[in-house]
Design a protein around this ligand. Structure first.
Ligand code: HEC
Ligand code: HEC
Length: 338
C-alpha cells in the first residue's frame, strides 16, 4: 500500500498540475483494498477447527469455575458486549485488585501472531493458563481446575466429544479456549462497507480522515491491514519509568524499550480508555499525543514525531476512526454444565 502512496506522490510531482485533492483521492482509492476483511479464519495445523472444541471453548470461556473464587470468567474481562474488553483502564483481578494492564479486546486475535501487550505469549494456546493460574488474576492452580471440571458430568462429556479418550487435560483446555477465540467474529463496519464499494457507507470527513491516516498521520504504517495492526511493537512515546513493555524481554534492545504491541483499531470508538495502561481517556487525547510526538528518546519510533495537524485534519481522523465500529455483539451466555 505504501508504494502506492509513494507512486501517487511521484505522479503529483511529475505531473506538476495534479492537485493535492486528486493526490489524496488516489491514495484513498489505492489504499482501501488493503483493508478488505479476510474470508477465512486461520486455524493452525496442530489445532484445526472442530465444532465440539469450539462449543467446549465457549463454555470454558464464560464459566467462572475457572477462577479460584468462582466469580470471574474470561468473559468478565473480555466481554462481547464491550467489544471483548472490559471498558476499564486496568483489569480487575482476584481480590478486586487492579492489574498493571488494561484488558485488550479479543477482536481479530485469530490473526495476531504474538499476544499480550508486550508479546510474551507465542500463540493463543499459550495465553489460556496465564490468567487462570496467575494469583492476581483468576487464581486457580491447574490441578484444582482439572479436578473441578472432572467432577461435572457435562464437562466430562464435552471433553470426550472434543478430544476422545485424552479427556480433561491442560493441553485440551488450551486447545478448546483457543479454538473458540479464533471464531470471534469481525463484524462489518461502515468502513468495511465502503471498502467493499458502497460509496455512501461513510461520510466525506471520514474519507478525508482515511487519507490523513494513510499519509500525513503515518498511522497506517503501524495500524495496517483489516485488523489495523502490523502485530509489531513500538515506542510511541507514552509509557514512562519502569513500564518498559517488550524491553523487559529484550534488555539489550534500544528500540524495544517502552515498546508495546500495536493494538487493533476495530471498535476503537467504543473501547475507551486507551493504551496498554488505560492512561488516555479519549480519542481526541490520543490524537493530541501523536500530534505532539510523545516523549522524545532513543527508543521512540522514527515514525513518531510532531505532525502539525490542522483542526480539520484532527476532526477528520476522528470521523474516520468512528467508522470502524460495529453494533455490540450478541452475548447469549451458554448454559453452563453443572
Ligand atoms: C481480570 C481480567 C482478565 C481475565 C479474567 C482474563 N483476561 Fe485475558 N487479558 C487481560 C489482560 C490485562 C491482558 C493483557 C495481558 C498482557 O498483555 O500481558 C489479557 C490478554 C489476553 C489475551 C491476549 C490478547 C492480545 O491481543 O494480545 C488473550 C488471548 C486473553 N487475554 C484471553 C483470555 C482468556 C482465554 C481468559 C480466560 C482463561 C482470560 N483472558 C481471562 C485480562 C483478563
Ligand atoms: C510507530 C507505530 C505507530 C504509529 C505510526 C501510530 N500508532 Fe497508534 N498505536 C501504536 C502502538 C504501539 C499503540 C499502543 C501503545 C500503548 O499501548 O502504550 C497504539 C495505540 C493507538 C490507539 C489506542 C488503541 C487502544 O485500543 O488502546 C489509537 C486510537 C491509535 N494508536 C491511533 C493511531 C493514529 C490515529 C495514528 C496516526 C496519527 C497512529 N495511531 C499512529 C503504534 C502506532
Amino acid at each position: 500500500m505504501l508504494w502506492k502512496i509513494y507512486a501517487a506522490l511521484a505522479l503529483t510531482v511529475a505531473a506538476g498540475a495534479t492537485t493535492l485533492l486528486s493526490h489524496y483521492s488516489s491514495v484513498v482509492e489505492g489504499g482501501r483494498e488493503a483493508y478488505r476483511r479476510p474470508l477465512q479464519i486461520p486455524y493452525p495445523d496442530d489445532n484445526p477447527y472442530s465444532a465440539e472444541k469450539d462449543e467446549l471453548g465457549r463454555l470454558l470461556f464464560f464459566d467462572p469455575i475457572l477462577s479460584g473464587a468462582g466469580v470471574r470468567s474470561c468473559g468478565t474481562c473480555h466481554n462481547p458486549l464491550l467489544s471483548w474488553g472490559d471498558g476499564r483502564p486496568r483489569a480487575i483481578g482476584e481480590g478486586d485488585n487492579a492489574l498493571a494492564l488494561r484488558s485488550p479486546t479479543l477482536l481479530t486475535v485469530a490473526w495476531t501472531p504474538r499476544l499480550g501487550w508486550d508479546g510474551k505469549f507465542r500463540d493463543l494456546e499459550a495465553v489460556a493458563f496465564g490468567p487462570i493460574v496467575s494469583p492476581t488474576n483468576m487464581n486457580l492452580p491447574e490441578g484444582k481446575l482439572i479436578e473441578r471440571l472432572g467432577a461435572i458430568p457435562g464437562y466430562v462429556d464435552a471433553f470426550a466429544a472434543a478430544f476422545g479418550p485424552s479427556g480433561i487435560t491442560r493441553r485440551n483446555i488450551e486447545l478448546a479456549l483457543a479454538t473458540f477465540q479464533r471464531t470471534i467474529p469481525v463484524p462489518s463496519t461502515p468502513f468495511d462497507r465502503w471498502v467493499e464499494g458502497d460509496e455512501s457507507a461513510i461520510g466525506v470527513a471520514a474519507k478525508r480522515g482515511f487519507a490523513v491516516f494513510n499519509d500525513k498521520g503515518r498511522c497506517a504504517t503501524c495500524h495496517s491491514g483489516f485488523a489495523f495492526t502490523d502485530s509489531s511493537f513500538h515506542d510511541i512515546g507514552s509509557a514512562k519509568d519502569i513500564d518498559i513493555g517488550r524491553g523487559r524481554q529484550f534488555t539489550n534492545s534500544v528500540k524495544l524499550r517502552y515498546a508495546f504491541k500495536t493494538p487493533t483499531l476495530r471498535d476503537v470508538a467504543l473501547r475507551a480508555p486507551y493504551m496498554h495502561d488505560g492512561s488516555i481517556a479519549t480519542l481526541e487525547e490520543v490524537i493530541d499525543l501523536y500530534d505532539r510526538g510523545g516523549i522524545e528518546r532513543p527508543s521512540r519510533s522514527v515514525l513518531i514525531r510532531p505532525l502539525g495537524l490542522t483542526d480539520e485534519e484532527r476532526s477528520d481522523l476522528i470521523a474516520f476512526l468512528n467508522t470502524l465500529s460495529a453494533p455490540p455483539q450478541e452475548a447469549s451466555l451458554p448454559a453452563l454444565p453443572r
